[in-house]
Ligand binder design. Structure first.
Ligand code: BJW
Ligand code: ZN
Length: 254
């Protein structure tokens, strides 16, 4: 722990944090895998793929509408707040998230009194608060924000062509946006790389941990459980992000 704290005491330290569902667990957002995870009751291939959407768009939308309502009732927790504060404190801080819930962005807006932009939070898997036209009709933008909690019909309709819209998230088998991947890849050129609350099994996200190590970063994991990354990092801290991140923050401020 001291090795990490010493590195974080420099305001010009180049720090990158990669988060996953576990960072939002203390806010009440279910993770995907594990005992209480979303995949316990739902099979990914029936809900989180384009094939599943093509087969049964109403079922997929019911799942996303349920998750939207659940997330809308959640607030950022101390882990999101520390990371938002670090984005102000450190000159060279990058935050990459696999999460689609928008809680990093909410914490960032609270800490900085401005909305988070794409370079403040690098969102690998999109946003549950965005949608796009399933047909990709010519008149519609690539995606747009829609925070509706009770849709008049499921699937909701594209205002531009009347076809279906889909959630603005990245499903299995879909390619991530190339500029987002590039930004995340650039962020692995850092001195300290901290992976927080991810099982580190979904790619390309998990590969950024390896890339950071290969780029010479001191790599750290924060997670209550052992993961695919635990034995590859320089320092594995066992515990919840909502406790450990504020602990680290207190130590670097002391
Ligand atoms: C706590 C805690 C607390 C609990 N504090 N922690 C290379 C190798 C092998 C496979 C592939 C590869 N490249 C691509 C693939 C295929 C695939 C993949 O990775 N498959 C693996 C499962 C093997 N990847 C893709 O398909 C990606 N696309 C792609 O690469 O395109 C190129 C391509 C195209 C076609 C063919 C091949 C390549 C896209 C991946 C999209 C993932 N989408 C989802 C759904 C998003 C939408 C939605 O939300 O509905 O993203 S799946 C789901 O997993 C979601 C998450 O972002 C992602 C990661 O999950 P995460 O965040 O790690 O959550 P959990 O639940 O797994 O873990 C939570 C952790 O928190 C646990 O460790 C807990 O212990 C911990 N925790 N409480 C701190 N308080
Ligand atoms: Zn359309």
């Amino acid at each position: 722990m001291q090795a990490l704290v010493d590195r974080l005491r420099r305001p010009d330290a180049r720090i990158t944090v990669l988060t996953g569902a576990g960072v939002s667990a203390a806010s009440g957002v279910p993770t995907f895998r594990g005992a209480d995870g979303l995949w316990k009751n739902f099979r990914p291939e029936t809900l989180a793929t384009a094939e599943a959407f093509g087969r049964d768009p109403k079922l997929v939308w019911e799942w996303y509408a349920w998750r939207r309502s659940l997330i809308a009732a959640c607030d950022p927790n101390p882990a999101h707040r520390v990371l938002a504060e670090w984005s102000r404190r450190f000159e060279n801080f990058r935050l990459i998230t696999q999460n689609v819930d928008g809680l990093h962005e909410s914490a960032f807006a609270e800490a900085t009194a401005r909305q988070a932009g794409p370079s403040d939070v690098i969102r690998l898997h999109g946003s549950i608060w965005e949608v796009s036209c399933w047909q990709g009709c010519a008149k519609s933008p690539a995606r747009w924000r829609d925070e509706t909690l009770s849709f008049a019909e499921l699937p909701p309709r594209c205002p531009h062509c009347g076809g279906m819209v889909r959630p603005g998230v990245v499903w299995f088998g879909e390619t991530l946006e190339p500029d987002v991947v590039q930004q995340a890849s650039d962020a692995t050129e850092c001195e300290v790389f901290i992976t927080v609350g991810t099982s580190a099994i979904v790619y390309p996200a998990a590969g950024f941990i390896t890339a950071a190590r290969q780029n010479g970063a001191f790599t750290v994991e924060i997670n209550p459980e052992a993961t695919a990354a635990t034995h590859t990092v320089d320092l594995a801290l066992t515990g919840g992000a909502e406790k450990l991140l504020p602990d680290i923050d207190r130590q670097i401020s002391a």
